[in-house]
Design a protein around this ligand. Structure first.
Ligand code: 13P
Ligand code: SF4
Length: 348
């Protein structure tokens, strides 16, 4: 338990009230909502983390899929991969704590090579980023020497360094369309590759997508039957999903978009009930932000994202372990930075 803050009852109660105002509408396991007692229990951690990060001139970035006590309780900024990479570009703090998965913390390091970047969860993987190696990308480039290579941001720094342009779920369709080539290599999401191909046909600018890699172990699980089940249980439901889902699932959903795209869609929609075919963390954020709307989430938790906790964030701030410190060779940083800069340029 942290004791860096005077553990006065009054301070803890104030903090618990602040947390309850943020977390009170958010579901925990078995749809049980956060209670004031839950908030009082985590208050010593959130209070201490907020105080230490101020003393250390540190900033906490948290992906929306991490636990709500991090996203809502201590993060200075939270969002999807694109929003976080944009934020990481302009950080003035001396230290970055990245609550997310390893490739995301690497991205923050690539954009801030001189700063200390820490990830509470240590080497938290991602089934997509782990699906392809830089060597496999080099082999693809050899096989298709003239074809531009796009890599999804869910890839290692070494893979990014081999690619021409990095993309995120928020800009992948527009960037794929903007590139002049009729053929593109896309790694490492096979399901998103299919969605790019179909979207470009829909836009009247078809391209051949040469894909390699794997799939997201959360989004690949959703089926058309899940969508049908939601529709028969809630007749007025609007079903939304992430482009890492199967193309057949995307085809029957009302909206397909990135984590930020889904948030924006919910904000502008007049619907009251939403079926969420995506990770639990985003559902929790929406519950906190839109108390007048109902979010039906069948299942889908990223075990990697959930490895970030208040406890290991506190510990990483005070005494980071070697596996929590992101370090990359200069040559990899230089190569990967080019593919990220190209993304920022093409997203304007
Ligand atoms: P976003 O780009 O929507 O943040 O997605 C990242 C991710 O890991 C989705 O599974
Ligand atoms: Fe990777 Fe899927 Fe987890 Fe996102 S949700 S970090 S793509 S495993």
């Amino acid at each position: 338990m942290p004791f860096t803050v005077a553990d006065k009852k009054e301070l803890l109660e104030q903090e618990a009230h602040r947390l309850y105002g943020l977390l009170g509408y958010v579901s925990r396991i078995q749809a049980k909502k956060w209670t004031y007692a839950d908030c009082l229990q985590i208050a010593p951690y959130t209070l201490s983390i907020r105080q230490i990060k101020k003393e250390q001139n540190a900033v906490i970035l948290a992906h929306s899929y991490t636990v709500p006590e991090l996203v809502l309780g201590v993060a200075d900024f939270s969002g999807d991969s694109y929003a976080l990479s944009l934020k990481a570009k302009d950080i003035s703090a001396e230290k970055i704590i990245f609550a997310g998965v390893w490739f995301m913390a690497e991205t923050a390091k690539i954009l801030n090579p001189a700063k200390q970047v820490l990830i509470p969860a240590g080497k938290a993987g991602c089934s997509l980023a782990d699906a392809i190696t830089a060597e496999e990308v080099r082999a693809l480039k050899k096989e298709y020497p003239q074809v531009p290579v796009l890599c999804y941001i869910n890839s290692s720094a070494e893979v990014k360094a081999e690619c021409d342009v990095c993309v995120t779920s928020g800009n992948v369709f527009d960037i794929a369309q903007r590139l002049p080539s009729k053929e593109l290599i896309f790694v490492p999401d096979l399901l998103m590759a299919k969605n790019i191909e179909l979207e470009l046909v829909r836009r009247g600018t078809p391209k051949k997508i040469i894909a390699a890699g794997g799939s997201c172990c959360v989004h690949e699980q959703y089926t058309v039957a899940d969508v049908e089940k939601l529709r028969s249980a809630y007749p007025d439901i609007v079903v939304i999903c992430h482009p890492e889902c199967h193309a057949e699932v995307c085809a029957v959903c009302d909206y397909v978009g990135s984590t930020q795209g889904m948030q924006d869609y919910v904000a502008r929609s007049t619907a009251k009930t939403f079926g969420m075919l995506t990770e639990q963390g985003l559902v929790n954020r929406l519950e906190a932000a839109f108390a007048d709307k109902q979010f039906i989430w069948p299942f889908g938790t990223c075990r990697y994202m959930k490895q970030n906790t208040l406890e290991n964030t506190f510990q990483a701030l005070l005494e980071p372990q070697p596996e929590q410190v992101v370090s990359l060779p200069e040559s990899v940083i230089e190569g990967a930075k080019k593919s990220l800069q190209k993304m920022f340029e093409l997203s304007k």
